[in-house]
Write a protein that binds this ligand. Structure first.
Ligand code: ATP
Ligand code: MG
Length: 440
């Protein structure tokens, strides 16, 4: 499952090193993924050559992580991270050290790696070195720390989140000793920079089993000890108790392409409000864009839910609220919310009945919003065929807050299908408003 060009060029790197009398192997994630039949996206190489020797051997290199012994070798179409056999010197503050010690042989290099499945090397002939029986663990579907789990997690606390991430993405389970090591060391996660945790969370959330990851994070208690914790008291349900349709929707909404949908479902499931969700994600160092998108989708849902809570509310009132919310929060938020809604409806079947009556009710409701959305032709003032300047010219009044208010009124009227988006029509309407409420 490795792109052939990548393999060939990677093999060239190994060959060049071996010809010069060094040892060199593919190692880590690429070997694991290849053995599992998963797509390989990059290939890391471990070698007995020092970074200086690697730099001298290849035409194009970048000293990407020279303090860790890593040099990136650029081949024709692919780049390879080549790292000198090393062990990690003293760990400080439960993080990976800034200094490393080079070692002589491969086995010592494999020993510093986190899990048995990540501690397998492959030479250029496809022969594997697997001193910690990683292949056996892959076959059994288990995540096992190399050596004592508690020690390894104490050295570098990020490994705990990695364990959960691998368990989630691969559908594996941690061995008993790895899990108990994790429970012992879980508070150390507070020492780890949020960015590094976020990278793992990202892979987990966009993977095939985000809920498994979430449940393991919850059960391990890791969520509580993070720098930006999710208060456990806010956890409304554990994954087991959650409404099935809700859970199925999380797993079945597109992953990598639309992480904001999954995040919005997950956080709302954790009882995080829309206005809190954005700042929580920002604290977790997610981009402003993603944080805002998630927050808007949840707020959208909250607005629409307040209406659904009132059985006396008319369909027309709901339509108006929907359009207003779309204009206020934007096209992306509306689309996100609709996609989410679709996923929820699709995953709601009688045998899939959730434990949450409100949500179940919401799911069996008609779904007219999709049609309302399709009918909206304008989303922003710039979509209107009439500008503020033109209103000023036609009415002879000075600009001011009244003008924004008037424009927004026109925007809503067009979006709701009450006015046609034509300059004359809009101008007539604007004049009528100004004449009626001349003082605004
Ligand atoms: P991915 O598929 O996400 O790239 P990966 O296992 O390749 O997974 P990387 O972060 O690319 O993860 O790391 C490459 C290899 O380096 C791992 O397979 C593992 O052998 C080793 N490694 C990475 N992070 C750690 C860590 N925190 N502690 C020990 N070894 C690690
Ligand atoms: Mg990798």
């Amino acid at each position: 499952m490795v792109p052939p060009l990548m393999v060939r060029q990677g093999e060239l790197v190994l060959e060049r090193l071996v010809q010069q009398g060094f040892e060199a192997y593919f190692v880590g994630g690429c070997v694991r993924d290849e053995l599992m039949g998963r797509p390989v996206h990059d290939m890391d190489i471990a070698t007995s050559a020092t970074p200086e020797q690697v730099i001298a051997l290849f035409d194009r290199t970048v000293p990407t992580g020279i303090q860790h012994g890593t040099v990136t070798v650029l081949m024709e179409d692919h780049a390879f991270e080549v790292t000198t056999f090393r062990k990690e010197a003293e760990y400080e503050g439960h993080r990976r050290p800034s200094e490393v010690q080079y070692v002589r042989d491969l086995e010592q290099d494999l020993q510093r790696r986190d899990f048995t499945m990540n501690a397998i090397a492959m030479d250029r002939h496809g022969r594997i070195s697997d001193p910690y029986h990683g292949l056996q663990d892959i076959k059994a579907g288990v995540i096992r720390a190399v050596g004592s789990a508690a020690e390894r997690f104490d050295e570098d606390a990020l490994r705990m989140v990695r364990a959960v991430r691998f368990a989630s993405v691969f559908g594996f389970r941690p061995t008993k000793s790895t899990w108990s090591g994790l429970r012992i060391c879980r508070d150390k996660i507070a020492f780890i920079a949020t960015e590094r945790i976020r990278t793992e969370l990202e892979k987990m959330i966009t993977g095939p089993r985000p809920l498994r990851g979430l449940e393991l994070l919850r059960r391990s208690g890791l969520l509580e000890y993070m720098n930006a914790p999710v208060p456990m008291s806010a956890l409304r349900w554990s994954v087991k108790e959650a409404p099935n349709a809700w859970l199925a929707a999380i797993e079945h909404t597109e992953g990598a392409e639309l992480p904001e949908l999954r995040w919005s479902l997950l956080l709302q499931g954790l009882n995080v409000r829309g206005d809190e969700a954005g700042s929580l994600l920002k604290r977790w160092t997610f981009s402003r864009k993603l944080s805002q998108a998630v927050s808007n989708i949840i707020i959208f849902d909250e607005v629409m839910n307040t209406l659904l809570g009132h059985s006396s509310i008319s369909l027309e009132a709901r339509r108006i609220r929907f359009i207003e919310t779309t204009l206020r929060l934007g096209k992306e938020a509306a689309e996100g919310w609709l996609l989410r809604r679709k996923a929820l409806v699709k995953n709601h079947s009688p045998e899939n009945k959730g434990a949450d009556p409100d949500r179940a009710n919401l799911l069996t409701e008609d779904f007219p919003e999709a049609a309302w959305y399709r009918a909206i032709t304008v989303f922003a003032l710039s979509d209107l065929k009439l500008s503020g300047g033109e209103i000023i010219a036609a009415t002879g009044r000075k600009g001011g807050p009244w003008l924004t208010e008037l424009l927004n009124g026109l925007l809503f009227a067009v979006a709701a299908g009450e006015l046609r988006n034509e300059k004359n029509v809009l101008l007539e309407h604007a004049k009528a408003v100004v004449n009626t409420y001349g003082h605004i």
